[in-house]
Design a protein around this ligand. Sequence first.
Ligand code: 1BN
Ligand code: ZN
Length: 368
Amino acid sequence: MGYRFFLLLLVAILHLGDCGKGKNAGISGDSSFNAERNNFLLQKKLHKLKEFSREASKRLATLSGYSLFYNEYLAELLRVRVPGTVGHRAVKEFIIKTLSSNGWKVEKQVFEGKTPLGMKNFTNIIATLYPEANRVLSLAAHYDSKIIPPVNGKYFVAATDSAVPCGILLDLAKILATKAKSKKDAPKNVSPQLIFLDGEEAFVEWTNTDSIYGSRYMADALALKPHHDKKLSNQGLTELDAMDAFVLFDLLGAKNPTFYNFFGETSHLYNGLRNIEMQLRASNELTGRNEKHFSGHYFIGEPGNGMYIEDDHIPFLKKGVPILHLIPVPFPDVWHKLEDDETAIDPATVEDLIKIFRHFVCAYFSLE
Ligand code: 1BN
Ligand code: ZN
């Protein structure tokens, strides 16, 4: 009995071993398939910011100043930019012209969206510096403005929401293109990507269907678009998978902004910004002070309680893209008020933020 049982057990074990082999043989194809795909996805998480010497950091911080930023970008952006208006069209063309003339590959996503005020035309703008790269770090802002009726001839120009963020992206477009030209040997496996979103604002009232028209469209479209590298699209990867992270700039330009680390997944990026701020403060490169926060810093760490802010990042977040949301909390006092004009902008704060963001993107792409 004992002997027969032992034989049966042996046969069963041998049989299981065979099954295992068969199964493994099946998986081995799959696992090499998965290995390549997983390796691609892992590289996105492992990307490190380059550490710059004090001298390189100082060189990057040498700014042309707020007045040049104003003349070159803000003066063109500070106008009514409600979809369908002349201002919206002019700003869209200005953004496209500025990006193209700096050598970026520019693509437009033109689409129609159903709003409470009827069908509207929208245009998202996507610019890529190294079009052959397999991965991108996406830096985004919205360029439309909210419908707010004028009072006594004063129109809503939405300076912090988001003319200044768009100006900052255009400044980054110029510095990145200039640095890339002079540093030909910089790695080009990951490209900066600038995204100018349309239709962020609600036409009537912020709801799931009346808001973020551009980002909803873009996230859906990129999730359906096979990756441009055949080897990667064969692995089922899409253009959305190419994003290392989606970095959203919003409501920037007012004095005393404080930024929280909302998403653990992008803590390495947030901490990169925090370290850059500390390094620039240590070498007295920042002139705006954060008067309202006890630490005197802009990047102040984790929010105390779970905070949920609706914005253009949501459709990307829902699809699993790592998010870095650069929006000050509390929002500027002038938020969605006619007073959100050029007088709401603090030049020293804008200069500080530009220095921090320039350093951050140059460090990401090894463009010191
Ligand atoms: C940001 C700037 N948002 C609109 N303009 C998004 C938002 C809408 C944030 C409602 C909070 C509430
Ligand atoms: Zn707004």
